[in-house]
Design a protein around this ligand. Structure first.
Ligand code: SF4
Length: 461
């Protein structure tokens, strides 16, 4: 019998979990009822609603057990590498070594939300001079200080140069606290001038061959640091294999995004889509398992599409969402207000586009690093957003401002100008704090107004 898609509360998922188990449902070793994560302090789960598919349960359990996985990896003798800021490049090099596991300390971004501020990480950052004028990634400082969230890595890397001021300042503070960091520079991406060799990067942005060569040299330095950590050289074949595996993840993700964003009715809610998209950058410390988690979701979505079942009213407004949201609950709220996610730009499109496999692997990674939407002009990002809006047939854009984030001061206006200039589409800018309950009613009103605006526009077209 087909189980109809339904968003469940945590308590409802527990009841469903018991019946799934009674019916013989099998899980990977990190499986179990979702509510057990409350014991770790993940209190926000009590305020979210979750998709009811076993594939979604697997996704959540995979996400919420990363710390355990890192501790097991260390106990098994693997080296842990904390790859900071680049969102997707250095992990591909690190995962080419069987003896290394990479993770993003930046992931502490979401701890204040998931633990409803109970871990005190933002207070620690405040006390260390990194106050709320910085984005929630400042929680990372608290995580390093308390050592209660991830094991301290054996090695830290961080990209600098054309990165946000927030991250630069926070990583420098970590360095000041005695954490040794291997920095590598990413230059600001710019289009070639006359006489310069042009390169079209994965995803379509333009860059110069000299900038690609510069980034390659920087990544070569990082590779030799990883080789020292692993006490061996890495072959080009091993790196190419790692790139192909990364591409498997990217292709699976592209299929899932396309199948979900273009289907009617919607086969998977925006919250689960946000979580799974994040796997493309950090693999949740297990790249093979990441692929299986995505395949499982694709299977579920396929089945829902084939049988024509899904979520939300037929006239749900098709929204393109820009920037990851600091409070996961906002994704549920959009749907409650009559919207659905049909396209996203969560700051890492470069981790979704396939990496070239017909060129030298380090050059391919350098191209990918330069394709980061955040290392170029906001106009570049905005044009890519327009392209994706057209591809997925969205009707409105939400730019979700990240509290304190330096790039959020002006980017919303630039994105709105480009989007409304080319597509005459409503663009709403909202700011969502890590725990948004105090501003929930104003968020509701603004989302509701956007939904009504789109519905009124439909009648006049
Ligand atoms: S300011 Fe933006 S890009 Fe920088 S760390 Fe924060 S969320 Fe990431």
């Amino acid at each position: 019998m087909i189980e109809l898609p339904k968003q469940l509360t945590l308590a409802e998922w527990d009841a469903r979990y018991q019946s799934l188990k009674a019916a013989g449902h099998r899980e990977p070793p990190y499986g179990g009822p979702l509510s057990r994560h409350l014991e770790d302090g993940d209190y926000r789960l009590q305020r979210l609603t979750f998709d009811n598919a076993p594939a979604s349960l697997r996704l959540w359990n995979f996400l919420l057990t990363e710390e355990e996985r890192l501790r097991h990896a260390r106990a098994a003798g693997k080296k842990l590498v904390g790859t900071m800021k680049d969102l997707g490049t250095v992990p591909i090099m690190a995962y080419a070594f069987d003896e290394i596991v990479a993770f993003y300390p930046d992931g502490a971004w979401w701890i204040p939300c998931v633990m409803e501020l109970s871990a005190g990480l933002l207070d620690i950052a405040d006390a260390m001079g990194v106050d709320q004028s910085f984005c929630p990634v400042r929680a990372m400082i608290g995580a390093f200080v308390t050592q209660a969230h991830f094991p301290l890595p054996d090695l830290l890397t961080c990209s600098v140069g054309a990165v946000c001021d927030d991250f630069s300042a926070i990583a420098q503070r970590l360095s000041g606290l005695g954490h040794s960091i291997h920095w590598w520079e990413i230059p600001h991406r710019r289009a070639p001038e006359q006489g310069e060799d042009p390169v079209v990067l994965p995803g379509g942005f333009a860059a110069t061959a000299s900038d690609v060569a510069f980034v390659k040299r920087e990544l070569d330095r990082i590779l030799s640091v990883l080789e020292t950590l692993a006490s061996r050289k890495l072959s080009d074949d091993a790196l190419s294999h790692s790139i192909r595996t990364a591409n498997d993840v990217r292709m699976a993700m592209a299929r899932l995004r396309r199948d979900v964003f273009t289907a009617d009715p919607c086969p998977l809610p925006g919250l689960e889509m946000l979580i799974v998209e994040m796997l493309a950058i950090h693999y949740c410390s297990d790249r093979e398992e990441t692929l299986q988690v995505i395949y499982d979701l694709i299977k579920e979505v396929d089945q829902r599409r084939r049988t024509g079942v899904g979520y939300f009213a037929k006239d749900a407004v098709r929204v393109f969402w820009v920037n990851p949201v600091a409070d996961l609950r906002a994704m549920n709220l959009l749907e409650e207000m009559g919207g659905r996610i049909c396209g996203t730009e969560y700051l890492f499109t470069h981790a979704l586009d396939p990496i070239p496999t017909d060129i030298d692997p380090m050059t391919a990674l350098a191209q990918m690093a330069l394709a980061d939407p955040m290392v170029g002009a906001t106009q570049d990002r905005a044009h890519r957003i327009v392209r994706d809006i057209v591809q997925f047939g969205c009707e409105a854009v939400i730019v979700s401002k990240i509290p304190g984030a330096s790039h959020c001061a002006l980017e919303g206006g630039i994105i709105a100008d480009v989007v409304s200039g080319q597509l005459e589409m409503p663009v709403l800018e909202i700011e969502v704090p890590p725990v948004s309950d105090p501003v929930r009613s104003s968020l509701k009103t603004r989302l509701e107004a956007l939904v009504e605006t789109v519905k009124r526009r439909r009648k006049t077209r």
